[in-house]
Design a binder for this molecule. Structure first.
Ligand code: NAP
Length: 339
């Protein structure tokens, strides 16, 4: 038997992708699948695409029961639920990777200021290690609680971290982003209702998206950084993230292509290229594509990821791999599917 893994929120968008990807992982066995209101059903009743070897009963969350059957729990739960689940699991000796936002900002005051709700799990939050593997490295072997980055935060950090210290810190960088509807989770709401979304394109949370907290935490921890102005948009598509930024060449020391290539040399999932990056080409893969075009006095920068994979489940498996000393691409797709 390999590493025994519990997936909390297995019928949600990220949890379902964890199940799908991990069923092909050579060192992992999924032993527990939990759900909220869907508990009591089989996973394939709720997500028919998961019929097969990884199928099984969806259980209500119970930390003691999980501890009897799992070494690691991967939490794909709503805000707040992760904090409570992680605290209970750690008390029972189960290691945790949280795919939600409850542990991305260890400082309770920074968390409250970013998310507009108080930090929970105060007894364990200082154990959390935030890991975006290409920028922070993977979790150290002794870590008990890993905080997986947000989807927009992953794309923004990969785009900006290698170049931020080389930008004029007095010139703000504006980034325009677009995301698919799966970014909002499986529960229907007006913002993700197909009929209202499919013929629409709209900005939301301009300059106040919650992922900027973790992005600025990461950027400022690496040295000087300019202010970042981020405007996200809702795409009429189910999955994918695309970013565009324009940077004056006089505000940047060096070429973004050279800086990215140096930062990501040898990393299997980050592809750097001159030109634009089609979002469709990264879907269903753990790949991040970064592109740059020099036009007159400006650089135009692009990033594309699959929000559910590099922006969530795939990156969590990448962290699981590095944590356990396996090659970071074990069980993960580098090549996507298009269409
Ligand atoms: N979607 C993305 O692109 C993305 C990317 C990165 C990070 N994240 C973060 O990852 C987490 C999961 O996101 P998601 O999009 O996969 O969410 P989701 O599709 O809404 O799934 C949430 C899961 O949690 C379960 N759940 C809900 N309330 C619960 C409760 N009170 N107790 C136990 N289980 C409960 C749901 O089960 P039932 O349906 O049976 O109630 C479902 O399995 C969120 O924190 C999100 O912010 C999302």
């Amino acid at each position: 038997m390999g590493l025994r893994v519990a997936i909390a929120g297995a019928n949600g968008f990220l949890g379902g992708e964890l199940v799908r990807l991990l069923q092909g992982h050579p060192h992992v066995q999924i032993t527990v699948r939990t759900a909220g209101r869907s508990a009591g059903q089989d996973l394939s009743d709720v997500r028919p695409s998961l019929m097969g070897p990884a199928d099984g009963p969806l259980e209500a969350f119970d930390a003691a029961s999980i501890a009897a059957r799992a070494d690691v729990a991967m939490l794909a739960l709503p805000h707040g639920e992760s904090a409570r689940a992680a605290e209970a699991l750690l008390a029972h000796g189960v290691k945790v990777i949280d795919l939600g936002s409850d542990f991305r900002m260890p400082d309770p005051e920074a968390h409250a200021a970013t998310y507009g709700r108080p930090a929970e799990a105060l007894a364990v939050r200082d154990q959390a290690v935030y890991c975006l593997p290409e920028l922070t490295g993977g979790p150290p072997a002794e870590a008990q609680l890993v905080a997986n980055p947000g989807c927009f935060a992953t794309a923004l950090s990969l785009l900006l971290a290698p170049i931020a210290p080389h930008l004029d810190p007095s010139v703000p960088v504006s980034v325009f982003g677009a995301t698919g509807s799966t970014g909002s989770g499986v529960k229907p709401s007006a913002g993700v209702h197909h009929s209202l979304r499919v013929n629409n394109f709209v900005a939301y949370k301009p300059l106040r998206h919650q992922h900027m907290g973790e992005v600025m935490q990461l950027l400022s921890g690496r040295g000087r950084t300019p202010p970042v102005r981020f405007v996200p948009h809702s795409l009429p598509a189910p999955r994918g993230i695309h970013l565009t930024a324009v940077v004056g060449a006089e505000a940047l020391e060096g070429s973004p292509l050279a800086l990215w290539r140096e930062a990501f040399a040898g990393r299997p999932f980050v592809q750097v290229e001159e030109g634009t990056v089609p979002m469709g080409s990264v879907l269903l893969s753990n790949r991040a594509r970064l592109g740059a075009v020099r036009e007159g006095d400006d650089w135009v920068l692009f990033a594309a990821i699959d929000n559910l994979i590099k922006g969530g489940s795939g990156q969590a498996i990448q962290n699981l791999n590095l944590w356990h000393g396996w090659p970071e691409d074990t069980g993960l797709p580098v090549v996507g599917a298009w269409p």
